[in-house]
Every structure is written in structure tokens, then in C-alpha cells.
Design a protein around this ligand. Structure first.
Ligand code: DSN
Length: 417
């Protein structure tokens, strides 16, 4: 342990040990969770800053507490950078995370019981896109769409038919486990045809959109939500971007509608992360995420892994492990044993349960941050398949573990902490 956590250790060894253990875990494993990333030390600094001390209900120049000169400055800078990054008319950077952001949009533009079209979680959507056990599904009448049974792609003609039949007030697109490009333009056109509001949850691919590596839902989409901690590589938080005509309703829904004081330390972290994302290097980074993902997909396929939709266009891969005779849960834990971190995931039309589904989800944003490129993806595919195909061999596990350790040492993170 270097300087950063020494002072904490002197005062609180128990908490410090846990914190340092997590740091070491992140440094010594290959993190492939598609919704995670590694922020820069500067983003960590801003997120762990004195802004955590301040209450600031309201918006810049309209606060309910004194002492907000610098909170206003940081929030305005976050807003300006977010708008520049995405070409948005209005942004609210206060949502605590992605789920509240989505609920705040519904609260802003829907009434209880209104109809919404959203993607089924089991096909790659999200809990807040209308799952029956979620507040969204309980409060509004969600009609869920999925992917085509054969191609595993979104069928835009089917969605158009569904929209015309059901006439929802809002059409939501965006996903957490869809490996292909999403045509937000068609979604918006369908919404326009039936007089609905178009909404995109771009959380997973926000970094790719900012870098113009994935087609943008701007400027045509009415309302867009995103978390800031996935491919965008910022702190754990979220924002809502929208056309000016929705600005007042969105702002009111966030505060005082749903939330109290904004997390100003998160806003500070976002500001720094957006500054990084505006730099040319970020474009190169985002391009490399996709190159790495495509290479990993190809190499896994060559070694016998079956990928949903046959490949990827973005930062994630969804693998169906049925033909390898292994479940998602078993694969997740076997891979974790050797230091490769993925999550079990449902695949479309899965016959198994969400607790032990047929697939795993694999993302390349984090390892790309560590500097890995195509050749490391080839090695990674080999290590993953060796682990899954030789699940009873201790020798294999030991060998793979050593290779994972070496890769982590060759591509270090947070050496300055
Ligand atoms: N938990 C996030 C993900 O993994 O995609 C979505 O909220």
C-alpha cells in the first residue's frame, strides 16, 4: 500500500484493510463486467472530495441553503461539458443513479397507469424498463418487446406493429445486454408516427456514443437517460438529457419530485470524467473497446463458444453456454476462481432461471482502460475457454491463474494509490 490509504489505516485498520483488499482485487483480476469500468485517479479524487459535505437542494442560483457558490460552479461546468459531449439542449446531472433517473422521467411525463413500450429484461432490457416486480412495471402499463427468436436482433417492424396496436404514451429503447447496434432513429420515427414521446436509456453505450463509435440518439430523441460509470468511465451516478421543451418537467421531477440534496461529490467526479471524455484520446479509447470486443467475440467463437446474435457491435458479448454443457452460474464461479470476473446472464428465450441462467455477459471497457489490445483479447479467449472446458482439472486452473496474474501485472491499474 502506498500513500493514499495510509492515514485511514492509522485510524481505522478494519475499514482500511477492506478498502485495500478491494483495490488489490481490482488490480489482480480481469474485470469483464460489461457495466463496470476503472475511473482515473483524478475522477477518484474529485468523487472523494469535500463536496460530499455540502447540501444544495435546488439548482444553480436557486438553492435552499447558503454556501453554494462552488457547488453551483461545479454543477454548471458538469452541465456544460455533458451538453457539449452529446449535443443536448438540456441536462440534469443530479439523478443518484440510473434507476432513479428512469423513474424520474416516467414521473415527469406519465400519469399512473399510462402505457409504455420497453424492452424485456430477459431479452436484454432493464428492471426499470417495466419489469413486473419493479416500481416501473407496477405503476405504469408496460408492454414489453423482445428480440427475434432466430436472429436475436431487435425486430423494428414488430415494434412498429406493437406500437400502432398499443398506442403507448412513451417508447423506451436501450438495453443492458444487447450486443448489437440499436437504431434509435427508427425508434424515434415510430414514436412520432403514433404521437408518443421517445426515450433512450443509453447507460451501457454512453461512452461509445460520446466518442461517435455508436450512432447517437441525439438530437432527435426527446429524453435520454444514462448512468455515468459504464463506458463513459465516470463516477457512479446518472443524468437526464432532453429537449428544451421537457426541461422544466424533468427538473421538477428530479427535485423536489423524487430526490433531496444532490450528491455534489459525484457531480465533481462527473465534471472531471466529462472533461476526459471530451479529449481526443477518449475517442481512441472507445474505438479500442469495440475492436477488443469484436476480437474477443471472434476468438471465443473460434474456440466453440456460442454468442447471442453471432457476435457484437459494441462493448459487450452475450454468450449462450448451453452447447458447452455448463450453466451461467457455474461459468461465473469457475472463471472467478482463476481471476476472470464476468456475470451470469439470461439469454433470449432462456429456459433456465435468472438465478442460474444459460449465459454469461462479457464486457471489454475495463480491460481496455488497462491498456489491453487485440493480442491480449486472443489470450483471454484462450484462458476463458481452457477454464470452461477443463473444469475438473486443477492443473489447468493453476496454469490459467498464473497467466491471469501475469496479464494483470503487465497492465497495472492504480499504481499511484
Ligand atoms: N446493473 C447494471 C448492469 O449490469 O447492466 C444495470 O443497472
Amino acid at each position: 500500500m502506498k500513500g493514499e490509504y495510509k492515514k485511514l489505516r492509522e485510524k481505522d485498520k478494519k475499514a482500511s484493510d477492506i478498502l485495500v483488499n478491494e483495490l488489490k482485487r481490482q488490480q489482480s483480476t480481469l474485470g469483464l463486467i460489461a457495466s463496470e469500468n476503472f475511473v482515473s485517479t483524478n475522477v477518484l479524487r474529485a468523487t472523494g472530495s469535500v463536496f460530499t459535505n455540502k447540501y444544495s437542494e435546488g439548482y444553480p442560483a436557486k438553492r435552499y441553503y447558503g454556501g453554494n457558490k462552488y457547488v453551483d460552479e461545479i454543477e454548471i461546468l458538469a452541465q456544460e461539458r455533458a451538453k457539449e459531449l452529446f449535443g443536448a439542449e438540456h441536462v440534469n446531472v443530479q439523478p443518484y443513479s440510473g434507476s432513479p433517473a428512469n423513474l424520474e422521467v416516467y414521473f415527469a411525463v406519465l400519469n399512473h397507469g399510462d402505457k409504455v413500450l420497453g424492452m424485456n429484461l430477459a431479452h436484454g432490457g432493464h428492471l426499470t424498463h417495466g419489469h413486473p416486480i419493479n416500481f416501473s412495471g407496477k405503476t405504469y402499463k408496460f408492454i414489453q418487446y423482445g428480440v427475434d427468436k432466430k436472429t436475436h436482433l431487435i425486430d423494428y417492424d414488430e415494434i412498429r406493429k406493437l406500437a400502432k396496436k398499443e398506442k403507448p404514451k412513451l417508447i423506451l429503447s436501450g438495453a443492458t445486454a444487447y450486443p448489437r447496434e440499436i437504431d434509435f432513429k427508427i425508434f424515434h420515427e415510430i414514436a412520432e408516427e403514433i404521437g408518443a414521446i421517445s426515450m433512450v436509456d443509453m447507460s451501457h453505450i454512453a461512452g461509445l456514443i460520446a466518442a461517435k463509435v455508436h450512432p447517437s440518439p441525439f438530437p432527435f430523441t426527446d429524453i435520454i437517460t444514462t448512468t455515468t460509470h459504464k463506458t463513459l468511465r465516470g463516477p457512479r451516478g446518472a443524468m437526464i438529457l432532453c429537449k428544451e421543451k421537457f426541461a422544466k418537467d424533468i427538473d421538477r421531477a428530479v427535485f423536489p419530485g423524487m430526490q433531496g440534496g444532490p450528491h455534489n461529490h459525484t457531480t465533481a467526479g462527473m465534471t472531471v470524467a466529462f472533461g476526459e471524455a471530451l479529449k481526443p484520446e477518449f475517442k481512441e479509447y472507445a474505438k479500442q473497446i469495440v475492436k477488443n470486443c469484436k476480437t474477443l467475440a471472434e476468438e471465443l467463437t473460434n474456440r466453440g463458444m456460442n454468442l447471442v446474435s453471432g457476435g457484437t457491435d459494441n462493448h459487450l458479448i452475450l454468450a449462450d453456454l448451453t452447447s458447452l454443457n455448463i450453466s451461467g452460474k457455474e461459468a461465473e464461479s469457475l472463471l472467478e476462481e482463476v481471476g476472470i470476473i464476468v456475470n451470469k446472464n439470461m439469454v433470449p428465450y432462456d429456459k433456465r432461471s435468472p438465478f442460474d441462467p444459460s449465459g454469461i455477459r462479457i464486457g471489454t471497457a475495463g480491460l481496455t482502460t488497462r491498456g489491453m489490445k487485440e493480442s491480449e483479447m486472443k489470450l483471454l479467449a484462450e484462458l476463458m475457454m481452457k477454464t470452461l472446458k477443463n473444469k475438473d482439472s486443477k492443473d489447468y486452473k493453476l496454469k490459467v491463474k498464473q497467466e491471469v496474474k501475469q496479464l494483470c501485472e503487465d497492465f497495472p491499474i492504480y499504481n499511484d494509490l
